[in-house]
Ligand binder design. Structure first.
Ligand code: MN
Length: 288
């Protein structure tokens, strides 16, 4: 099933080039289930709600899909985690990037780990990346990273690798926009609009094997910047979920960016980024 959010307020199911509003399948009046927001309630109760959502998707009025009305397919997640240094070829290229942008190489940044991005940096498939003028004026490079994003379903703490995928609702596409330079990742990657997400969540049962997603990013319609498969991840999707859950409880709706593929590079105002992941879809994001 492909789950999206329409106009920032309504849960919809996507079917080819149509959508169906399934708001009436949610127990929106239940303050205990939905106190943390209806979207987190939908995610945490998805397996119980799924039959009602499927009924609503089959019977409610189907409408032509208007991509410009889709918001990020996540509302107020408790946290966004992101993986560092998770493709060997990207780790190699970062030596050159750091020498150019920092004048040195920070060895600790070459090891796999997870860090936090601010949830307020999320935007949807119809939104643009807005480059902060002070960063641009300072002459710093701002890079695209195109990434598979894990959407946590039930979540949990200290999840074993073998059953980690049971805690996952599905997958979506994310751009981890990054200022290169000194200072903490959590600031450099958390400016407003620096986490475009979308266009929808594809539930695990309908998506490709998480270790076999093809990711591709094309700049301005012709320049292939990134073209990889998640089988090249150093730390695989189940290992990422397990590792993160040992540090912090994963809550329903949390997002995990799985790491930048090789081919990161600068973006400037006027650029158009076409990002696609096999079986998940694609989106086009402008930069200004
Ligand atoms: Mn990243």
């Amino acid at each position: 099933m492909k789950l999206a959010i329409l106009d920032g307020t309504r849960p919809v199911v996507i079917d080819d080039d149509t959508f169906v509003d399934v708001s009436d399948a949610l127990p929106a009046d239940d303050p205990t289930t939905f106190a943390a927001g209806w979207w987190r309630g939908l995610v945490s109760g998805f397996s119980d709600l799924r039959p009602a959502i499927e009924r609503a998707a089959a019977t409610n009025q189907r409408q032509p899909l208007d991509l410009s009305r889709l918001s990020a397919p996540a509302l107020n997640p408790s946290k966004i985690l992101a993986c560092a240094s998770n493709y060997r070829a990207h780790v190699e290229e970062m030596h050159g990037v750091q020498e150019r942008t920092l004048g040195t190489v920070h060895p600790w940044m070459m090891d796999f780990d997870v860090f936090l991005k601010a949830p307020s940096s999320l935007t949807g498939p119809a939104d643009q990346i807005i480059l902060p003028s002070d960063v641009v004026d300072a002459g710093l490079e701002i890079h695209h990273e195109s990434e598979l994003v894990i959407v946590i379903g039930q979540g949990g703490k200290d999840l074993p690798v073998e059953s980690a995928l049971d805690a996952v609702l599905g997958y979506t596409i994310g751009l981890d926009i990054t200022v290169r330079g000194d200072g903490d990742r959590s600031r450099r990657k958390s400016y407003d609009t620096f986490s475009p997400l979308g266009p929808w969540i594809t539930t695990s049962d309908e998506a490709d094997d998480p270790d076999d997603f093809a990711i591709r990013l094309v700049l301005n319609g012709s320049e292939v910047r990134q073209d990889v498969n998640t089988r090249d991840l150093i730390t695989s999707v189940p290992e990422i979920v397990s590792y993160a859950s040992r540090a912090m409880t994963l809550l329903p709706g949390d997002l995990i960016f799985t790491g930048a593929p090789p081919g990161v590079g600068p973006i400037v105002s006027g650029d158009l980024l076409d990002v696609s992941i096999s079986s998940l879809g694609s989106m086009t994001i402008g930069v200004r």
